[in-house]
Design a protein around this ligand. Structure first.
Ligand code: ADP
Length: 352
């Protein structure tokens, strides 16, 4: 610490003498203040001009705190944190100055900033790589799926039972892989900020019905009872990206089907929320449910909650992508679930 009176050092303590590399208090207090700082501060400001400003602020406000660069007698510069307090001293207003060497903290901060920049760059590179690879993978995959479907339909000639079974497996495997690649592509695009959202005024029923038509085959295949009532159809339109809203609903519906038993129920409902200007699409199932400790985890990419080791196929990307898409549309996703009883995913989207 030191005390400044009329722009001169009045007194200082031993710590200031030692840190700055002087021998006595007298030697330090008789040194001109300009010798204790480099000509320019870290922000490029002239030290003398800035010191004047800082002291004026302390005198005006009674107190001022800021960072400063000091210069040791040896010529070495180091960062300090300074507090200036205006105090009455022998009939004058003096400035009581306390400063602390923050070199160690600064070094750690610099290292952290560097590490975070490196991590950010690596993350961007990973996302770009994923986006590129996913794109390149889709073309040959579509050929595998298309041709195996043609074969399975026996459009190119009759197949025996064994051949049909093999071709059906090729088709199923190709479709699973394509879903995975599509999820990865979306995830990579969202991660690297390279995806567009085209918000328009859309009919919520159309979104639900399009999504239902896409999962219809799985509904039948898994023997799920789907309840979607037509009475709720006279609803106000919403603001959303139609394609992305349908994609989000397909994700939720597919989960409600695959995490359910054969003969289970799936209820889809549209609810008007008069209060806060949102319309809610509710997707409810009476499947296995989700443990409360997983409510947040399952929205994290690649996290499969309680299904980590299950036989049900999945990547743990669907909910992460869904949540980010809905949030990009200024909506929100909520979850209510009881383990062993069922789950309800609620998607709120802004009304037009
Ligand atoms: P995936 O289904 O590919 O694992 P998601 O991101 O879609 O990935 O879901 C993450 C996890 O959330 C799932 O692995 C599962 O544990 C849980 N989950 C999602 N929807 C349901 C549901 N309707 N019922 C039970 N669990 C669900």
């Amino acid at each position: 610490m030191w005390l400044i009176l009329s722009n001169k050092f009045e007194i200082c303590n031993d710590a200031a003498v030692n840190v700055l590399g002087y021998t006595t208090q007298e030697e330090l207090t008789s040194t001109h203040p300009s010798a204790l700082s480099p000509p320019l501060q870290a922000d490029g400001a002239d030290s003398f001009v800035k010191a004047e400003q800082m002291m004026r602020t302390a005198l005006d406000k009674g107190y001022h705190r800021f960072e400063w660069t000091h210069r040791k007698k040896s010529g070495e510069d180091f960062p300090v944190e300074v507090t200036l307090t205006a105090i009455p001293y022998e009939g004058e207003i003096g400035i009581y100055c306390v400063w602390r060497d923050v070199s160690a903290r600064k070094k750690i901060e610099d290292k952290l900033i560097y590490a975070s920049d490196v991590a950010e760059e690596a993350n961007m590179a990973k996302s770009k790589f994923l986006a590129l690879m996913s794109h390149e993978l889709r073309t040959p995959l579509n050929a595998v799926i298309g041709f195996s479907e043609l074969l399975a339909l026996q459009a190119l000639g009759p197949l025996n039972e064994k051949q049909t079974s093999i071709v059906t497996n090729i088709h199923r495997g190709g479709t699973l892989l394509l879903n995975l690649v599509n999820d990865l592509l979306d995830f990579a695009k969202i991660e690297s900020g390279q995806f567009d959202i085209d918000i328009q005024t859309v009919d919520p029923c159309e979104i639900v019905e399009t999504a239902i038509s896409i999962v219809q085959r799985d509904v039948r295949f898994n023997d799920i009872n789907l309840h979607w009532s037509a009475e709720t159809k006279s609803l106000r339109p919403i603001k959303a990206d139609k394609f992305r809203a349908v994609q989000s609903m397909v994700n939720l519906l597919s989960n409600a089907i695959k995490y359910n038993e054969s003969g289970g129920n799936l209820w889809v409902e549209l609810l008007e929320m008069e209060k806060d200007g949102f319309l809610t699409i509710s997707v409810e199932d009476d499947g296995c449910g989700i443990k409360s400790e997983d409510f947040e985890n399952i929205f994290i990419a690649f996290n499969r909650g309680n299904q980590k080791h299950s036989h049900i196929e999945g990547t743990g990307l669907g909910l992460n992508v869904t949540k980010r898409l809905i949030e990009a549309m200024k909506g929100r996703v909520r979850l209510e679930s009881t383990w062993g009883v069922g789950s309800t995913f609620l998607v709120d989207l802004p009304k037009a």
